[in-house]
Every structure is written in C-alpha cells, then in structure tokens.
Design a protein around this ligand. Sequence first.
Ligand SMILES: [Fe+2]
Ligand SMILES: [Fe+2]
Length: 178
Amino acid sequence: MTGWRPGERRADSASMLRVDQAGEYGATRIYAGQLAVLRANCAEAKLISRMAAQEQRHLGRFDRLIAERGVRPTALQPLWNVAGFALGAVTALISPEAALACTDAVETEIDRHYGHQLDDLGDDDPELSADIADFRADELEHRDTARQAGATKAVGYPVLTAAIRAGCKVAIELSKRI
Ligand SMILES: [Fe+2]
Ligand SMILES: [Fe+2]
C-alpha cells in the first residue's frame, strides 16, 4: 500500500468495485440456490424471484464498471458460485422462513458494507457512489420484505442469522483482497 498523495483518490475504488461485484454475484447465486429448492409457485419463491431480478441488475452494472475501469474481478468467483448456491439451497431446505432469514442476514450486512463504502468514498467517485446508494436502497427493501414475510419466525433465527452474517463478513474481507 502506498500513502495518499494530493490529487489522488483517497478511497480505493478498485477494491470496492471488486468486493461489490463479488457480493452481487454471490447474491444471485444464493437466490438461484433458493429458487432451485423452493416450490415454484409458493409465496416465498415469488418474492425471491423479484429480488433475484434486482440482484441481476446490480451485478450487471458492476460487471460493466469492472470492465470499463479495467478492475480485476475477485479470484474467488468460483468459490462464491458454489458457496452462494449452497447457502441458498441449504436455507431453503430448512424452511421457507429460513430462506427469508438468509436474505434478512445477508442484506443487513450488505447495508452496513455499502454504508461504510459511501462514507469512505465521500465525493471521490460520484459515479460509483450513485450506484451504491441506489442498490443499497434495494437491499434494505429486500431485508424488510424478508422480515415482513416471516424471516424472524425461522427456527433458530438468532443463531442462523448470526452465522450467516459472520460468513458475509468473512466473504467481504476476502473479496476485497483476493
Ligand atoms: Fe444487490
Ligand atoms: Fe439484495
């Protein structure tokens, strides 16, 4: 790491974009895993399909920015492919409420993560900040939707969500660097 010099961006936009693209990719894989398990016409599957389409929009935008700016994507993509899908499938196998608790937990961490990024970015990168703020609003809406639809009724909700949130934190730290 080199020190900040006048005229340089303070925030490391490349690392932010790397972790954000990884996170949105992971989100699409979680929802794919859930939708593979849930009955296609159940209420939860309908909610999750709508959220999955929004994650696809987030991912598409970060994919474009990564390409435009020549940022290296995370080398951990194959891991997030499998781990995301497995997390989604396992939570959906436990129960539809556990699938929603997964969304609740993941979006809670993503909201915190995007909030920290917006603080770090300040006025350095208005293009990236605008996307993050836009997507953050969607993630918060996903979290609230999941809670209203019964996430907190999942058996072992406190333990389940704490474990998933801890996993998200590890995934975020890894994807910033690798
Ligand atoms: Fe997203
Ligand atoms: Fe989301």
